[in-house]
Design a protein. Sequence first.
Length: 175
Amino acid sequence: MPHPGEPGHRSTPGERGTVYRLGAKPKVAGEHGLPKPELPQARLTQAGVEGDYNLYRQTKKSGDPEMAILLMPIETLEELNQEGWPVRPGDLGENVTTRGIPYATLAPPRTVRLGEAVVRTAKPCEPCDNLFLLPYIGRERGPAFLKAMLDRRGWFARVVTEGLVRKGDRVQLLD
């Protein structure tokens, strides 16, 4: 049986963590969507984080509600840091950075309470060459970074119950 955090591990309902960080970036002409600036709180709607714009989701995926928000555990970012990648929360475009619930535990389908909101993980976010735009990556290091990001770029989720989420709120697995 897999241990917590290992692929295939399914934690029991009720497992808890916290909201470490929230991020969103509005559509701004001439700017890219990375990184996402920090917010003290965010309203999650069926369309995503209020005030956030994701060009790929809107133009290539017709606003797919299963890609409304992007979840990422801070522990995954810390692993990348230990591997020499200076990734900071928000750099990968995540809207909600969690602490205390392992990456593999959020594998779809998982229903998760974030503060007042409830989301359901739907699919993995695949690494893309937009990550080359990060100042510490660039074209030269880009391919190696994409390889490092395989199977840990975050989880897209659908918003099941809209609500307000604040930094420090409880994250709870509901199934």
